[in-house]
Every structure is written in structure tokens, then in C-alpha cells.
Write a protein that binds this ligand. Structure first.
Ligand code: IMP
Length: 508
């Protein structure tokens, strides 16, 4: 006979936190959000920890190298999407690992034969006014010159004028040689009053550009997450089919941690994948698994050796799994049950397996709820897809900017591995969609938004009398709320004047 749960499963919006005593030491400046991401024996230090309890979703519209660089700069980790070729994914990973703060790859490049018209069109498309002129028009071609808006007069010159005639040529440029440190590069920028310093190799090939403004932005990233070589930490999504080829290539590219990406992770394929990776590469390979929504799913993957376990089926903003297949569970209930199973596993084995709440975070306070319920960190898709650094196009619709955001189970992403569970008959195609293609309001730069989210998390933690995530998990008191309590929680019975744009942007 089928088993029936006697309680409905619940979502984050059905809960609130009740304040505890806030001591005078409990101020946001004293809160620290360091959290483990890999399993560890009680009393020992985890192999990998984050400075921010946030990871970005394993999705084409969310986690590419640009977002990974921005998020690691703030202390979190991106999992670069695996629904692309092994070579493309490895290339993104190595871009993150090679990234040196302040040294940027030139993304606006033309040849001396291009024209002023090409310059103007490129500038309109990228918004960047510094264009590297290389022999072949590639970012690492032989440097021939630089064009900035100071080199031409837009309405007084013919658009057909070749760049060779007005660029600042290589011999007039101040350049730095390969191996220069950021401090030295900044000193050169300062001495020569430059806006941009090209870094080249012995063959005059362009390697990077260092901009004056980036000097200041370095101070912005005190929580940057890097390895012992000072390279940013980055994760990678993998699947249960081609891991024997994909994982070695991604290790070679520098990936620090992997996560098996599947809508339903309670499967023999996941256990087999974890066991193969651990047997082949040993403990130095760290691999998360999921998604699960209950005790049994968690214990199964924990026994298989997963380094962290991801929770959530059907709660993602672009997800239609529940509608299509009738599987899933309210996100809050799933996290609460899995966190209890994690405690059970800890008591039995002495091993702590971090839990990630994945999907369905709508308001910033949902992050604190997830942490209070026992998650060690969260994974977010929609939240990060809104920012400049995400891969989706920014489009103007009805006078407002929006960004594209599509699910991995949509026909646009064509990520069949995440959903088809090894069916041979489907032969690499999905019979129905589990995700949608959508727009979401554009919200600006990742760091600006994250700073506000983090200050809200810290403020709530102070209300709960907690200075760390483990302390929050231990002390939190949660209550379910009725639908009328939810109405009472928003502004009500007033005629509202326009809310500040900042408050609105952060609300959702
Ligand atoms: P969000 O933060 O609410 O937008 O949810 C993001 C999460 O949704 C991801 O981390 C995945 O777990 C999940 N997801 C991504 N694409 C799809 C899809 O197409 N269908 C169902 N779930 C998806």
C-alpha cells in the first residue's frame, strides 16, 4: 500500500524566525558566514570552506566564467554548467583559474584594417571604449595599437576611415611585459597617467589589459575565495554518463570541486559515479551529489561518499517538474528532514556532510531560513541570472531592462543528461520539458546586490542572537505562519508611495 505523509510539505514563505536575545556583541560586523562545502570528520577542518554561504546554479543562463570570477571574488563558488562540450567547459574553468584580479582579457578587439564605423559599432555593443588593435583581431594577437574615444572625433571623421590612420600605434604605447605584478603595473599606470596598460609577451602578443579603475576595485574583495596559489576557486557540474572523460579534463583545467547535476539524485547512477571518482582519483576529488528531498535520499548519497548533498526538487523559479511529472516536495520541509538525517549520519559515523538548499529562494530572507533549517549553503539560479556578469542577454522590454533566464530542462538548454536517467530509447533527446525560458528583471552588478543581501542575512542573524551559521542552526526558533500572517507581513492598509528602487530590486 502506498505511504502517505500526514502533513503537507511546506515552502520557505510559510515560516518566520522568532528573535532571540541580541547581546551587545551581536552586531553585523561580528557575524561571519564561513561555511563548509566538503564532508569532514567532527573536530577536523573541512578540506574546502566558503566565505559566503552561496553558490550559483549549474545552468547555462547562470554560471559561466564571468559569474564564477565575480562570485569567487565575494567568497562563494560557481559551478560552471556541464551542458556543453568537455572542451568548452574546461576552457571556462581554466579562464577562472588563470584570472588574476586586475589583469583582464581584452574582449573588444579589431585589426588595423577595420574602420571607425567598426569601432563605433563594437563600442555600442560592449559598452567598452578601449579597443585593442591586434594583427588578427583576436584578444591574444600581436599588439598593433589601442583605440580609445580620445583617438577619434565621432561626427567629424568618415566612418570608413581605417583604424591604422587614427589608432595610438604600438611604438607610442607604454606597455608592461609578461610576469609584471599588479603592484608594478599600477605603479606604471600612475607614473605615466594611463587609463589602460597592455601586458604583452616577448613576441609582442597581447596577454592582458590592466585598467586604472581596477586598482581601486581590488580593495572591494576582502572575502575572495582562492586556493594556495592565489587562484580563484571554481566548481563544475558533471553528469552520470561521460564523467570518465569529463572529470579528468576538468581536473586538468583546474576545477576544485564537482557536483553531479540531476533533477533526481536518488539513483544508482549517482552512487556509481561517486564511487568511481573516489576510487580513481582518491579523496583529492571532491564531489557533491543530488538532488534529494528526504532522509532516505540523503543517507543513500552520504553512504556513497558524496562530499555535499543538494536538496530540492521542483522548487526552482523556472522549474515545471512538479507540473509535468508530479514529483517534488516543498523546499522547507525537504531541508528540515535532510538536515535531521545529516545529524543522524553525524551521530552514527562522526562525519559531517554539508547540505545545500537548491532552488526556490525568492526573497533574501529565504536564505537565512534555509541556513536556520540546517542548510550549510544555498544554490541560486534566478538570483544570479539578474546580474551583469551572468551569460543571458540584457534586453529592453516595455521601458525596463530584463535578462534572459532559461531552465536546464527547457528545450533551449537541451540538457538531456540532467533528466533522462540513462534511457537508451530516448537516444539523446528529451520527450518533454521540465523547465521554461523566461525573462527576469535586470539588477546590475553582482557585488552591489550581494552586499545588500549579505547585510540582510547578518542583520537577521543578529536578531536571532547568532554570530555564525552553526550558531544560527543551533539557536534558531521557527514558526509556521498562516496566510493572514503573510498578508500582515507586507505593507498593508496604507496607500504606498513609490518604494526606493534599491528596496524593490532586493525584494525579489
Ligand atoms: P532558482 O534559484 O529558483 O531559479 O532555481 C535554480 C535551480 O532550479 C537550479 O539550481 C536547479 O536545481 C533547478 N533547475 C534548473 N533548471 C531547471 C529546469 O529546467 N527544470 C527544473 N529545475 C531546474
Amino acid at each position: 500500500m502506498a505511504f502517505y505523509y500526514d502533513q503537507p510539505s511546506r515552502t520557505f514563505s510559510e515560516y518566520l524566525l522568532i528573535p532571540n536575545l541580541t547581546t551587545k556583541a551581536c552586531i553585523p560586523d561580528n557575524v561571519q558566514l564561513r561555511t563548509p562545502i566538503t564532508r569532514f570528520r567532527k573536530g577536523e577542518i573541512p578540506f574546502l570552506q566558503m566565505n559566503l554561504p552561496m553558490t550559483s546554479a549549474i545552468m547555462q543562463s547562470v554560471s559561466d566564467h564571468n559569474l564564477a570570477i565575480a562570485l569567487a571574488g565575494c567568497g562563494g563558488i560557481s559551478f560552471i554548467y556541464g551542458s556543453q562540450s568537455i572542451a568548452e567547459q574546461a576552457d571556462m574553468i581554466s579562464k577562472v583559474k588563470k584570472y588574476k584580479a586586475g589583469f583582464v582579457d581584452s574582449d573588444s578587439n579589431l585589426t588595423p584594417q577595420h574602420t571607425l564605423g567598426d569601432v563605433l559599432r563594437l563600442k555600442a555593443r560592449t559598452g567598452h571604449s578601449t579597443i585593442a588593435i591586434t594583427e588578427n583581431g583576436q584578444s591574444n594577437g600581436k599588439l598593433m595599437g589601442i583605440v580609445t574615444s580620445r583617438d577619434y572625433r565621432e561626427n567629424q571623421m568618415s566612418e570608413s576611415e581605417p583604424i591604422a590612420g587614427f589608432m595610438t600605434p604600438r611604438q607610442s604605447l607604454v606597455v608592461a611585459m609578461e610576469g609584471v605584478s599588479l603592484a608594478e603595473a599600477n605603479e606604471t599606470i600612475w607614473q605615466h597617467k594611463l587609463n589602460c596598460l597592455p601586458v604583452i609577451d616577448k613576441e609582442d602578443r597581447l596577454l592582458h589589459l590592466v585598467f586604472r579603475k581596477d586598482h581601486d576595485s581590488l580593495k572591494e574583495h576582502p572575502l575572495e575565495l582562492h586556493d594556495s596559489n592565489k587562484q580563484l576557486i571554481v566548481g563544475a557540474g558533471i553528469n552520470t554518463r561521460d564523467y570518465k572523460e569529463r572529470v579528468p579534463a576538468l581536473i586538468e583545467a583546474g576545477a576544485d570541486i564537482f557536483c553531479i547535476d540531476s533533477s533526481d539524485g536518488y539513483s544508482e547512477w549517482q552512487a556509481e559515479t561517486i564511487r568511481y571518482l573516489k576510487a580513481t582519483f582518491g579523496e583529492r576529488v571532491k564531489v557533491g551529489a543530488g538532488n534529494v528531498v528526504d532522509r532516505e535520499g540523503f543517507l543513500y548519497l552520504a553512504e556513497a561518499g558524496a562530499d555535499f548533498i543538494k536538496v530540492g526538487i521542483g522548487g526552482g523559479s523556472i522549474c515545471i517538474t512538479r507540473e509535468q511529472k508530479g514529483i517534488g516536495r516543498g523546499q522547507a520541509t525537504s531541508v528540515i528532514e535532510v538536515a535531521a538525517a545529516r545529524q543522524e549520519y553525524l551521530d552514527k559515523t562522526g562525519i559531517y556532510v554539508p547540505v545545500c538548499s537548491d532552488g526556490g529562494i525568492v526573497h533574501d530572507y529565504h536564505i537565512v531560513l534555509a541556513l536556520a533549517m540546517g542548510a550549510d549553503f544555498v544554490m541560486l539560479g534566478r538570483y544570479f541570472a539578474r546580474f551583469d556578469e551572468s551569460p543571458g542577454r540584457k534586453v529592453l522590454i516595455g521601458g525596463s531592462f530584463v535578462k534572459e533566464y532559461w531552465g536546464e530542462g527547457s528545450s533551449r538548454a537541451r540538457n538531456w543528461h540532467r533528466y533522462d536517467h540513462h534511457s537508451e530509447t530516448k537516444a539523446g533527446k528529451l520527450e518533454f520539458e521540465e523547465g521554461v525560458d523566461s525573462f527576469i528583471p535586470y539588477a546590475g552588478r553582482l557585488k552591489d546586490n550581494l552586499d545588500i543581501t549579505v547585510s540582510k542575512i547578518k542583520s537577521t542573524m543578529c536578531n536571532c542572537g547568532a554570530l555564525t551559521i552553526p550558531e544560527l542552526q543551533q539557536k534558531a526558533r521557527l514558526t509556521t505562519v498562516s496566510s493572514t500572517t503573510i498578508v500582515e507581513g507586507g505593507a498593508h492598509d496604507v496607500i504606498q508611495k513609490e518604494r526606493s528602487s534599491q528596496g524593490m530590486a532586493q525584494g525579489r
